[in-house]
Design a protein around this ligand. Structure first.
Ligand SMILES: Cc1cc2nc3c(=O)[nH]c(=O)nc-3n(C[C@H](O)[C@H](O)[C@H](O)COP(=O)(O)OP(=O)(O)OC[C@H]3O[C@@H](n4cnc5c(N)ncnc54)[C@H](O)[C@@H]3O)c2cc1C
Length: 498
């Protein structure tokens, strides 16, 4: 029996596999595709933007460098401004309004705020790491049945049965795990059908550059020739099981753009909608959901992958501690209570954009208001911070503004960064006062201790950082041993009980 079976070896399943493997769990990932490296996951169709939370998660496990090594140049595809998500509902943000300094709660040495990459690259880096950590990835295994009882879960692909103590469905928007295990999945129905394509356009110069809102929807032309996106407000009526023909794509592009362009050839195309749904709980017994299996939304604003990767890093260490019998009471439940609100926000963020883009007089009126707000410096920076995830904060019941947020990447005077200290997946105590008293606390197996003055002194005495990089506790100049013990027990259990 495996500790955990992960269904779906997409980016979310693979990152979760890495987290569990790092913590010493035995993990089997079942993937229905016959092998890695589907052409649909490579650029241009597989192109994805990683925001702060995802970039930091990769950095903290030493996987950012390999992703960066193959990452595309955002300027080549998205235009010259390097910051991500440069629009809200197709209304471009003015680069001149962007604060160029680090975002709040980030230090100058922090990892980049945005990396443009593709699913194929992310999956290649993650699966290589997962395998190194002892994870078994079985391709050609499409899960079609699940049964669970108090002791474990058995999944089946019709040919083989696989037993595990826990199963996590990371099997995408049409998740079989979600359906088979009886999760509720509530939300809103689509208003548009979207298309992305790589095509040869005979008269491409007739199309406007960048984001173009029209009375029928929106079309996007990227600087890289032939990269086109179209959103057609057809009520999501297009039957997406149909083949995407050149004639259909040309008709949609003509209708939405109002320009009679000709597609002479279509190399790749895929469709999506703005259906927005979320699982009503992320856990039923021994079955959990993460990524698109837990939430689906339109790609507007690029939140889906980033939200899913955030699920994986939040769940990984909590599930690992549960498997090892070292989780404090209720730890695993905090996966749902922390991540479901983030997913709900992401759904609403995309809904707000759809509502603003709709081709009707009400939305036109809203657009005028939003345009005015986005023309201001505050408006631009508010939206950018929302998009890039810089404002996410879990409610951990502590008023200190850092608690519940992703930790700044503190650097000690010897050059060690917090991200360096997090490579083995343990929590970290940074003791800037070097008082040493936090060291003898009994959590040695789960916490890593580092002491010394910080290069960017934020006036803090010490911080306790969870394995997912979230600040769990902040101490004053004179370390408060009792407060630290309380926080450490809350997240890492009572060492006397082991
Ligand atoms: C056009 C477009 C652009 C996007 N751009 C962005 C962006 O810039 N930023 C962003 O954050 N998000 C973006 N997204 C969303 C993002 O791609 C998804 O949110 C992300 O891929 C979800 O990852 P996942 O691992 O949860 O699911 P998936 O990537 O769907 O992976 C699920 C895996 O499970 C496997 N599987 C499915 N069923 C089974 C089964 N029964 N048994 C075994 N295996 C199974 C699948 O083969 C697949 O490998 C975009 C989406 C689209 C359509």
């Amino acid at each position: 029996m495996h500790d955990v079976v992960i269904v779906g070896a997409g980016p979310v399943g693979l990152l979760l596999a890495c987290e569990l493997g790092l913590a010493g769990c035995s993990v089997l990932a079942l993937e229905r595709e016959p092998g890695p490296g589907s052409p649909w996951r490579a650029a241009p169709l597989g192109m994805r933007g990683l925001f702060i939370s995802s970039v930091e998660a990769l950095d903290r496990r030493g996987m950012l460098e390999p992703v960066l090594a193959t990452a595309g140049d955002p300027a080549a595809v998205a235009g010259p401004r390097r910051r991500a998500g440069g629009h809200f509902a197709g209304i471009m943000l003015d680069a001149a309004n962007l604060d160029t300094g680090p975002q709040p709660f980030r230090l100058p040495s922090s990892a980049p705020e945005f990396v443009l990459t593709d699913l194929g690259t992310v999956e290649a880096v993650l699966s290589e790491r997962a395998v190194k950590l002892g994870v078994e990835i079985r391709y050609g295994a499409e899960v079609s049945a699940i049964a669970q009882d108090d002791g474990g879960v058995v999944v089946s692909d019709g040919e083989h049965e696989y037993a595990a103590r826990w199963v996590v469905g990371c099997d995408g928007g049409r998740s079989a795990v979600r359906t088979l295990a009886g999760f509720g999945f509530d939300g809103t129905e689509p208003t548009f059908t979207g298309y992305v394509m790589l095509a040869t356009v005979a008269d491409a110069e007739r199309l406007g550059p960048g984001f173009n809102l029209t009375p029928q929807g929106m079309y996007i032309t990227m600087p890289a020739p032939g990269h086109i996106g179209v959103m057609d407000f057809d009520g999501g009526a297009f039957d997406r099981s149909q083949e995407l023909t050149r004639d259909h794509l040309q008709a949609v592009l003509r209708r939405v753009s109002g320009i009679d362009v000709t597609l002479t050839d279509v190399q790749f195309a895929s469709s999506f909608t703005d259906r927005a749904r979320q699982a009503t709980t992320y856990r039923r017994g021994r079955v959990l959901l993460a990524g698109d299996a837990a939430h689906i939304m339109s790609p507007l604003g690029g939140q889906g992958l980033n939200t899913g990767l955030g699920d994986a890093v939040n769940l990984g260490w909590k599930l690992a501690a549960t498997v090892r019998g070292r989780a404090p009471e209720g730890l695993l439940d905090t996966y749902d209570s922390e991540r479901r609100p983030v997913g709900a926000w992401a759904l609403d963020w995309t809904r707000a954009q759809v509502a603003t883009m709709r081709p009707d007089p009400h939305a036109r009126a809203i657009r005028a208001v939003v345009r005015d707000l986005l023309a201001t410096r505050d408006g631009t920076n508010h939206v950018i911070r929302k998009i890039t995830g810089g404002t996410t904060r879990y409610d951990l019941g502590d008023e200190h503004p850092l608690v519940g947020r992703s930790s700044p990447d503190f650097r000690l005077e010897d050059g060690t960064r917090l991200a360096d200290l997090m490579q083995d997946g343990r929590g970290v105590v940074l003791d800037f006062s070097a008082g040493g008293c936090l060291r003898d606390s009994g959590w040695d197996g789960d916490l890593r201790y580092a002491a010394g003055p910080a290069v960017d002194d934020l006036g803090l005495g010490a911080v306790l950082v969870r394995p997912d990089g979230i600040v769990a506790w902040v101490g004053d100049r004179v370390p408060d041993q009792e407060g630290f013990d309380r926080a450490a027990r809350r997240w890492f259990g009572d060492p006397r009980a082991w």
